[in-house]
Design a binder for this molecule. Structure first.
Ligand code: CFM
Length: 542
């Protein structure tokens, strides 16, 4: 597709005619034809402000902080300080699940708690109402921890949620109360909210309790949010292999696991976009190494499990892990081969947040589906091009908006789980720490990569490429399906899941097979659009 053609004044639809003149120039840098050359890929322009007036697919900073990173934790009582809509629409819409230990265990996920700001507070300030909300929450639930999440108006009227948190913590000393400056307008997308969440969880939560979980080979999974039960499947596999999963940030998680997460010996990072900051800071402060894993795709899951076992370096553990992989793969292969035979040659387009547009290409590949166009909503250059480009990323006014914490080794709690020599030796043998590849390196040459897609371009892409499948979100779903293309939601998984791990892979193969072979998408045109039967004209007869 030709970006110039798309945006030339006369060819633009009326709704786009008023966009700024420099938009095509900026936008062209966000369209890249892929070319992988000795591990290098072309540069893409990403994590930049969306031009006002464009129907972006992005969300806001509050969504990234409250909805994404903290939302899936069940026993931190979360208060949205803002108008009621922010709290309501960030409440379970991404289908993050949880499983309390017992029926009596604390679980706040069925609640959406908000200060419900009204005109009065917008004019005279909302701190009083926030304090009253905390008093009420304590009286009703007496939680271990309370998180306060700022929405746009809170920043605009100048409420100080941190001062309120301090004051209320002094009033209730046995409750950990902390606030997040995640006003929706901060940064350019929800990605800023991830960073805000990481910072606060690091300074106010992780490290408060030094009691490790019982069990050998203790590790954390960072960036796994239990959408559609993904974390349950990973817990199942972990247990079979003999690893002890200490804490997941934050799918199916609880506060106790968070505050003691620094006692685990390894951080594995699933969605690096949303949580690589925490992994880095925990390594510096506590000496916990981290590496990237991917549990989306059966082969990717097997590879990640082997890597974890290899990290711990225990012969028995490695043998058990191989046994689990062999057993699980034996079940998968027959189903996969059958579906692959039917799906091979189909073409997909993927537009998801900040890591799934990459991870899910792997799953589609396993059943023979090629991704011809892909893009992220809010990723940074490193998610496209690989972590090695981090030093070349220019920090601008928008990214400077979010605080970079200065972290150093904890004088008491720092404990290097592997010595520098051990790490160097493992790296020399090909073991990658503190790194991740970008999406483009795994895509074919000439594939189209687009950052921050919008609805108008989506329609044009469908006209040009006629894909068999699009994976995106709810905002896109019905617009796309009305054009006769099946759309699978990769944020919430529609009504399904898990899609991670071994069982998840099978669920996904079956679902995609069903979608791309469904005849219903051929019926989206009304009969009179295909074959008009009547034509007439009328006029006045005197
Ligand atoms: Fe990470 Fe996510 Fe994603 Fe994300 Fe999200 Fe999400 Fe996502 Mo929706 S944390 S970046 S901010 S993998 S909610 S579970 S699916 S956009 S690609």
């Amino acid at each position: 597709m030709n970006i110039q053609r798309l945006t030339r004044r006369n060819s633009r639809p009326r709704c786009l005619r008023s966009i700024p003149r420099n938009w095509p120039k900026k936008r062209a840098k966000q369209f890249v034809i892929n070319k992988v050359d000795d591990g290098n890929v072309p540069e893409i322009f990403a994590n930049a402000r969306t031009t006002p007036g464009i129907l972006t697919m992005r969300g806001c900073s509050y969504a990234g902080c409250k909805g994404v990173v903290l939302g899936p934790t069940r026993d931190i009582l979360q208060i949205t300080h803002g108008p009621i809509g922010c709290g309501f629409y960030s409440w379970l819409t991404r289908r993050n699940q949880t499983r309390p230990e017992t029926l009596e265990s604390t679980n706040f996920m069925p609640y959406a708690m908000s200060t419900d700001l009204q005109e009065d507070e917008i004019i005279f300030g909302g701190e009083k109402k926030l304090k009253a909300a905390i008093d009420e929450a304590v009286a009703l639930f007496h939680p271990k921890a309370i998180g306060i999440f700022s929405t746009c108006p809170v920043g605009l009227i100048g409420d100080d949620v941190h001062a309120v948190a301090r004051e209320m913590e002094a009033k209730y000393p046995d409750i950990n109360i902390f606030g997040f400056s995640c006003e929706g307008y901060k940064g350019v997308s929800q990605s800023a909210g991830h960073h805000v969440a990481n910072n606060k969880v690091f300074t106010d939560v992780v490290g408060l309790d030094d009691t490790p979980k019982e069990g050998k080979f203790r590790y954390n999974i960072l960036g796994e949010y239990n959408i559609g039960g993904d974390a349950f499947e990973l817990e199942r596999i972990s247990k079979l292999c003999g690893f002890t999963l200490h804490s997941t940030f934050s799918g199916n998680s609880n506060y106790q696991e968070f505050i003691s997460a620094h006692t685990a010996d390894l951080n594995t990072v699933m969605c690096h976009r949303s949580i690589n900051y925490l992994a880095e800071m925990m390594e510096t402060k506590y000496g916990i190494p981290w590496f990237k894993v991917n549990f989306v795709g059966a082969d990717a899951t097997a590879k990640s499990l082997r890597k974890i076992a290899e990290f711990f370096g225990d012969a028995e553990l490695m043998a058990q892990t191989e046994k689990v992989i062999a057993e699980e793969m034996a079940e998968i292969t027959a189903i996969r081969d059958e579906i692959k035979a039917r799906c091979t040659g189909k073409k997909a387009m993927l537009f998801v947040g900040g890591s799934r547009a990459h991870h899910y290409q792997e799953l589609l590949k396993e059943i023979g589906i090629e991704t011809i166009v892909a893009g992220y909503e809010f990723a940074h250059r490193d998610d496209y091009e690989g972590r090695k480009v981090l030093p070349n990323i220019v920090v601008d006014a928008d990214s400077r908006n979010i605080e970079e914490l200065k972290v150093s080794a904890d004088p008491v709690k720092y404990n290097a789980r592997k010595s520098e020599e051990e790490i160097k030796k493992m790296e020399a043998e090909g073991f990658a720490f503190s790194d991740y590849e970008g999406m483009m390196g795994d895509m074919k040459d000439k594939a189209l990569v687009i950052d921050d897609l919008n609805h108008y371009e989506m329609e044009k892409l469908i006209e040009s490429y006629h894909p068999d499948l699009i994976c995106a979100g709810i905002k896109e779903k019905y617009v796309v399906q009305k054009q006769g293309i099946p759309l699978k939601q990769l944020h919430s998984y529609d009504y399904m899941g898990p899609f991670a791990g071994f069982k998840g892979a099978v669920n996904f193969y079956k679902e995609i097979d069903r979608l791309v072979h469904s005849s219903v998408f051929g019926l989206t045109k009304a009969p009179w659009q295909n074959a008009p039967e009547l034509s007439a004209s009328y006029g006045w007869n005197d």
